[in-house]
Design a binder for this molecule. Sequence first.
Ligand SMILES: CC(=O)SCCNC(=O)CCNC(=O)[C@H](O)C(C)(C)COP(=O)(O)OP(=O)(O)OC[C@H]1O[C@@H](n2cnc3c(N)ncnc32)[C@H](O)[C@@H]1OP(=O)(O)O
Ligand SMILES: O=C([O-])CC(=O)C(=O)O
Length: 377
Amino acid sequence: MSTAVASKGLEGIVATTSSICWIDGDAGVLSYRGIDIHELATKSTFEETTYLLWNGKLPTADELAAFSKELAEAREIDPAIIDFLKRVPSAATPMEVLRTAVSLLSMYEADEKSTAHDANVKKAFHLTAQIPMIVALFDRIRKGKEIVEADKSLSHAGNFLWMLNGEKPSETATKALDVALILHADHELNASTFAARVIAATLADMHSAITGAIGALKGPLHGGANEATMHLLYAIDAAGADPVEYVKQMFAEKKKISGFGHRVYHTEDPRATHLRKMSQELGTAAGNTKWFDLSQKIEAFVKGEKKLNANVDFYSASTYTTLGIDIDLFTPIFAVSRIAGWAAHVIEQHDDNRLIRPRAEYTGPAYPAPYIPVASR
Ligand SMILES: CC(=O)SCCNC(=O)CCNC(=O)[C@H](O)C(C)(C)COP(=O)(O)OP(=O)(O)OC[C@H]1O[C@@H](n2cnc3c(N)ncnc32)[C@H](O)[C@@H]1OP(=O)(O)O
Ligand SMILES: O=C([O-])CC(=O)C(=O)O
C-alpha cells in the first residue's frame, strides 16, 4: 500500500522550476521576470509585458515596435470560427464559447501539432490576438449587432474595446483596460496555468493546453470569481440590503465571499491595490461611485471580521462594470490577459519537458479486496 501523504489541493508543493513569475505571498510581492508588478502596472503596456513574459527581458524600442506589429498583424480569424460563433445555442455563455472556439482554432493552425519553440511562439501570437477577437465578435453576434473588423493600428487593449463597442475607445478606457491586462497576465502556478502545463507536459499542443486552461479559469474559485463578485454586488443592491448584514449572513451560512482570500497571498494582493484605485477613479470620473462604495464597505467588514484580503477579482468587478462591460465578459477578459502567461508557461514546459504525474494518497478499500462473482453479490 502507498504510504504517501497528500497535501490536499497541493498546498505548499513546489511542482516545477520556472523563470517567469515570482511571488512572495507574505510580503505581497508579485513580479514578472523579476520586475515588480507595481512598476509594470504604472510604466508598461500589455504588449511590452507580454514581450517580457515570452522573452525574459524588456524589449528595446525596435523590438517592441516589431513585437507590437506582429501581434496586431495576427488579428486574423478564419471565417469558420465566425460561423461557429453565429451557430452556438442562445444560452451559451461567452466563457463556454471561448473555450470551444480556442479548441476549434487548432484546426486552422498550420503547425498545430508542433511543440517546437518557434512554432509555439507563432501560436502564442495567434492566440493572444485571436482570443480578444473571439470575445468581442461573440458579444456583438449574440446582441444582433454588426461585427466590427479588427483595427491593426490600435493597441491590443484599444482594438478589443473597438471590436466590442464599435466606436473608438476613449484614452481613459483604453488605459484602464491595458493596466488590467498587465495585472492579470501571469501568476505562477495558479490552477489554470498548472492545468495548461500538465496538458503541455504530455507533449500535447498549445491549443489543447490553452483550451484546458480556459476550462480551469472558468470556475468561481479561480477566474470566475470576478463575475461572482459582481453578482454579489448586484444582489446586495437589488435587495436594498445593508452590505455588512448581508455578508454577515453569508458567513453564518458558511458561504464564501467571492473576491476574497488567496492560496498564496497572506496580505494585500498587489494587483488589488491598483484595481481598487482604478475602480474609485473610474467611478469618480463617471460620476457614479456606487459599486466602489459598496465594495469598500464589504472589504472593510470582511477584512475586519475574518482577516481576509481582497484578491485580484474583487475590484476588477466594479472596475469592469464602471467601464460598461457586461458581467459575463469579465472572466473571458481575464483570459484575454492570461493567455500571455499561459503561452509563456507552455513554451517553458515544452522547451524543457518532463511528464507531470504526481501520486495520490490511497483511501479506498484495503488491498487485496476480494472479487465476488456477480451471482454471489
Ligand atoms: C484569480 C484567482 O484565482 S484569485 C481567487 C479567486 N477566488 C475567489 O475569490 C473565491 C473565494 N475565495 C476562496 O474560495 C479561497 O480563498 C481560495 C479558493 C481563493 C483559496 O482557497 P484555499 O487556499 O484553499 O483556502 P480555503 O478555501 O481552504 O480557506 C481557508 C479558510 O479561510 C476561509 N475562507 C477563504 N476564503 C474565503 C472567502 N472568500 N470567504 C469566506 N471564507 C473564506 C475558508 O472558509 C477556510 O476557513 P476554515 O479554515 O474555517 O474552514
Ligand atoms: O495564483 C492563484 O492561485 C490565483 C490567482 O491569483 C491568479 O491566477 O491570478
